[in-house]
Design a protein around this ligand. Structure first.
Ligand code: ADP
Ligand code: MG
Length: 729
């Protein structure tokens, strides 16, 4: 029997790093080479059109159709100079990836020939035949077709021969069918709410934007090995495989020397990402063998989300070129770390104030405390929803497992900030705050040393940690669209800030001095948000007990977590903040449950195939070899002595029989469980059935397979083993 595994191992071993040509000029010079950014707008657009477009981008003014043609024409000129022949509306449907349909620039010229054409109409709006994108029934209910519309706040870029136009994807009646539309609405909500709160402190603030700096973790696997692992190919993770004797226990991979082939891949990736305007900054090995990370400098949230989606596509493409496959799945390998995508989030004003950073004056620090506490308030009130926003069939394997955030949302503030909040809460109001005559106020809010930013004690177990001048949301999955988490976070904080302002204004209306009113309300909120603050070990069992006592959401079943989207208080928040309507939420939940079910269904099928076509045949083949050996030994030595001499083989023969039996029964039960789950009509109930009765059965089958891997002759085993997948590169 030819063993593809050995060919793959041999092939993988022979590979050498590709030579990556480093551009002659500096990164700052080729940065955004393929982006239609302000500089190119200035160059390619008439002056008045440029001014109008900048106003649309900066101030959210409506895009006037009358300039669309001129913008499109400038874009086309620039694009054709770069060898572009096609354009596409690039959007983010409710799958985890992006979608695009390419059209050539050509049109009939009316004289039997062709001309290159690209009108404003085509730039601004399109109707992709999108009937097969998930929409949860919205488009049946509203009998409306979906269309994509240009988002001018995210610049157009070139990929290969195609001009890519970032767009939102919505139905004709305005329901969001993608991630970008609600993300933009949530950013608008937090802008409005935060700007108003800023006016207590700085009247000249006109706009507040959210920042996002994501850190993308991923695994690289050699493509030859990948190609003989049907589970990796079809599900993105290994459905079986025994631990490698050595994996991450020596802590020797993290920040270690980057292997040469990987380094070549990273260089190539970074050059192309920089050319597309993604400000890559950090690259390093991660904790698990074969695991790496890339992080850019943070950007405005909407742009950062687009850049992350773009980077994930680039990674896939460039990894293939280097003979790798990139695994973005949250948990490709059992027993070692999974991959996340830390979302570093903060708010900044158009006047340059980082609202999550402490300041120098007591007033600055009061503002800082307001934004910290109201962020906590949003996270506290919607902790279950925030968890739901990062839950998926794939991230489900990571949350709560090896060195990953637990499936409970809490926030780590670090000692200095905790002490400060306690001080404000517990001090006597007169000590804390005195209206000192004409001078206005005297606030006893101690200054926080600058050093704090670098000094924050790091708590890697916290899912939502304050890290000096931002919060780091660590529970986001590596494969996910960051927008899902950002929509909820922005909306929740917008709501908290809105309520904060209402209460402060009410006190002011009653005659209380402004700062005194702010202090009153903030003291109330420091008390109220205590349950979400936790600086201890988030991985511990005690924390689970404690968190439940505090009333935090401890639900661990992924499909049940999605219910949080439909809780009254969630619907109210989304509606009040103009982010989503209840029917949009319902439709999107249908999609979530459907997706969950399909993912588990595919895994269950692949597992069944692997077991029946790889594991059981190989194990029984080996069993026959052993049986033949036993028979020969009996022939030579007679039965009695033969039995003694072949005792070990007999034991293995038995063990193989028992385990394959269990596997076969397991697979039969798995098929039955699927059959009955498939009969359930309700999407939620079906997803729950898949979670409760199928996912667990798969684990039992896997257990038996992994035990067989340990006893069956290595020579016969067909699936590349963990040690090969993780260490050959
Ligand atoms: P870590 O120590 O967590 O690995 P990194 O230095 O890799 O941190 O940075 C994580 C990300 O956080 C980067 O994208 C960085 O630009 C971003 N970041 C830094 N400051 C802020 C901020 N105020 N708001 C949002 N993101 C930020
Ligand atoms: Mg980080």
């Amino acid at each position: 029997m030819a063993n593809l595994r050995f060919e793959a191992v041999a092939g993988a071993f022979k590979k050498r790093p590709l030579n990556v040509e480093i551009p002659k000029n500096r990164p700052s010079e080729y940065f955004a080479k393929y982006v239609f950014n302000r500089q190119k707008m200035y160059e390619y657009l008439p002056a008045d059109v440029y001014e109008t477009l900048i106003d649309v981008i900066d101030n959210g003014s409506r895009l006037d159709r009358s300039i669309a043609d001129a913008v499109a024409s400038g874009m086309k000129k620039w694009a054709m100079k770069n060898g572009v022949t096609h354009y596409t509306h690039w959007f983010q449907p409710l799958t985890e990836g992006t979608a695009e349909k390419h059209d050539a620039f050509v049109e009939h010229d009316g004289k039997g020939g062709m001309v290159e054409d690209f009108s404003g109409k085509l730039l601004v709006q399109q109707e992709p035949d999108a009937s097969s994108f998930p929409n949860g029934g919205i488009r049946n209910t509203f009998e409306a077709r979906g269309y994509s519309a240009w988002d001018p706040t995210s610049p157009v870029f070139i990929m290969d021969d195609t001009l890519c136009i970032p767009t939102i994807f919505i139905s004709y009646t305005g329901e969001a069918l993608d991630y970008k539309a609600p993300l933009l609405r949530s950013l608008h909500a937090v802008n409005i709410a935060a700007t108003e709160v800023c006016h207590y402190f700085n009247e000249d603030v006109k706009k507040v934007s959210a920042n996002l700096g994501w850190e993308q973790e991923y695994f690289l696997v050699d493509e030859d090995l990948y190609s003989v692992r049907p589970d990796l190919m079809l599900t993105g993770r290994t459905l079986m495989g025994h631990d490698s004797a050595k994996d991450q226990q020596m802590d020797d991979h993290y920040f270690g020397t980057i292997p040469e082939r990987v380094q070549a891949f990273m260089k190539d990736l970074e050059i192309q990402a920089l050319e597309l305007g993604i400000p890559c900054k950090t690259r390093h090995n991660e904790v698990a063998p074969g695991q790496f990370e890339l992080a850019p400098i943070f950007e405005e949230c909407n742009l950062a989300v687009d850049h992350n989606m773009l980077l994930m596509s680039l990674m896939r493409k460039i990894a293939n070129k280097h003979g790798f496959r990139v695994l973005l799945h949250e948990k490709p390998f059992n027993g070692i770390n999974g991959s996340g995508k830390h979302n570093n989030w903060s708010l900044t004003t158009d006047t340059g104030i980082l609202l999550h950073k402490s300041g120098k004056t007591p007033e600055d620090n009061l503002r800082f405390v307001v934004f910290i506490v109201e962020t906590l308030m949003g996270v506290y009130r919607h902790n279950g929803l925030l968890k739901a926003s990062v839950m998926s069939a794939t991230n489900d394997h990571r949350l709560g497992a090896n060195e990953a955030p637990p499936a409970i949302i809490s926030s780590f503030l670090g000692k200095q900030l905790s002490v400060l909040l306690d001080h404000i809460e517990k001090s006597d109001k007169n000590d804390l705050f005195t209206v000192a005559g004409k001078k206005g106020m005297k606030l006893d809010i101690p200054e926080i040393p600058e050093l704090m930013i670098d000094n924050t004690d790091r708590n890697r177990t916290s899912p939502f940690a304050f890290t000096g001048n931002r919060f780091e949301f660590r529970a986001v999955g590596s494969e996910a669209n960051c927008a899902s988490a950002m929509i909820v976070l922005n909306a929740a904080v917008a709501e908290a800030l809105t309520h904060f302002k209402e209460r402060v204004d009410a006190l002011i209306a009653k005659g209380e001095e402004k700062n005194s009113a702010i202090v009153d309300i903030i003291r109330e909120d420091i008390k109220a948000t205590k349950p979400i603050r936790f600086d201890g070990n988030g991985y511990s069992e005690e924390w689970k007990v404690e968190a439940a006592k505090r009333g935090l959401d401890c639900e661990a079943s992924c499909p049940v977590c999605f219910d949080r989207y439909l809780d009254n208080k969630s619907v109210k928040m989304f509606e009040d903040m103009n982010v989503m309507k209840d029917y949009e939420l319902k439709a999107r939940n249908e999609v979530k449950w459907e997706t969950y079910t399909k993912k588990i269904q595919i895994e269950a099928r692949v597992l069944g195939d692997l077991v029946m076509n790889h594991i059981v045949p190989v194990a029984t083949h080996y069993q026959s070899q052993l049986a033949n050996n036993v028979q020969s030994m009996f022939n030579i030595f007679g039965r009695e002595e033969g039995q003694v001499l072949t005792a070990r083989n007999i034991k293995i023969i038995k063990e193989i029989a028992e385990r394959t039996q269990k596997i076969e029964t397991g697979v039969e039960e798995l098929v039955d469980a699927r059959r009955s789950a498939n009969k359930i009509d309700d999407a939620r109930e079906r997803a729950i059935a898949y979670h409760d009765s199928i996912a667990t059965r798969m684990e039992d089958i896997r257990y038996q397979c992994d035990k067989l891997e340990l006893i069956v002759s290595d020579e016969l085993w067909t699936l590349p083993k963990y040690r090969e997948l993780l260490f050959i590169r």
